[in-house]
Design a protein around this ligand. Structure first.
Ligand code: SF4
Length: 250
């Protein structure tokens, strides 16, 4: 086995960069409402192949807003469930429809596909452009089905730093707490993409900020597959994920 990937244990999918939000802190810059997304069957095949060879312990789907393309999200998590991957995670802003019935149906489909850990991105930034009503509706629906749900906020500088964004985020989190929904540790915004443009008052733009999600290229534990199928030096539309992993050099 390729020694650089022998410890692979997690597969992530950026299902799409399309998004319903327009967040000021977004590391990906600006988004449109529709866009390229990964084909459901191609993504599911990659999960089955990788989980058949490696000890994959978690599969995660995020975006953009992944629930703009629920077929793909469900296919990925169904494959992970069938392969016995224990952690099947979704990060969503919770806003993909204003129709209560559609929201409840999407929640049921996710639960049936085996999603078992939902991180709901809600905070001062998301709620500048995303209405809280449908997000709460989704939160109620998915947690009512027994799926673990936590609000996953983004903090400016750190959780304890006093600034108007963090105060507004704390108020939003209290609303969810009132519904019995707790929060994750969240993440701290690093000045990249839109965040660099809009939040430079809170950061030293000359300083190099380390991305906490950066991988050691010589010991890849997580692979992230992009909406166009690209991953490492290959593409799952053209080449099996196993071949891509086998051929990988840092
Ligand atoms: S931070 Fe998330 S919800 Fe906001 S625009 Fe970026 S991808 Fe969309």
């Amino acid at each position: 086995m390729n020694e650089y990937v022998k410890n692979l244990n997690r597969i992530e999918f950026v299902v799409t960069y399309a998004c319903t939000g327009r967040c000021k802190h977004c590391s990906e810059g600006s988004h449109s409402r529709t866009g390229v997304y990964i084909d459901a069957e191609t993504a599911a095949r990659a999960v089955r192949e990788a989980a058949g060879r490696f000890s994959i312990t978690s599969v995660m789907t995020f975006g953009g807003e992944p629930l703009l393309y629920p077929e793909t999200v469900c296919a990925i998590h169904r494959a992970a469930t069938e392969e016995g991957v224990p952690k099947r995670q979704l990060i969503t802003n919770g806003f993909f429809s204003g129709d209560k019935e559609l929201i409840r149906r999407a929640a049921r489909r996710l639960a049936q596909a085996g999603v078992n850990d939902v991180l709901l991105s809600a905070d001062a930034f998301h709620q500048e452009t995303i209405p809280l009503g449908p997000v709460k509706e989704f939160a109620k629906a998915i947690s009512g089905l027994g799926v673990r749900l936590r609000v996953h906020p983004a903090w400016v500088v750190d959780k304890r730093h006093k600034n108007p964004y963090n105060s507004r985020t704390a108020a939003i989190l209290s609303e969810f707490e009132g519904m019995g929904i707790l929060q994750s540790n969240g993440n701290v915004i690093i000045p990249k993409g839109n965040a660099r443009k809009y939040l430079s008052d809170y950061y030293d733009v000359d300083q190099e900020y380390t991305d906490p999600y950066e991988e050691d290229p010589a010991d890849v534990r997580t692979v992230c597959i992009n909406p166009d199928g690209s991953v490492l030096d290959g593409n799952i539309y053209r080449t099996s994920i196993l071949k891509i992993l086998e051929n990988y050099v840092p």
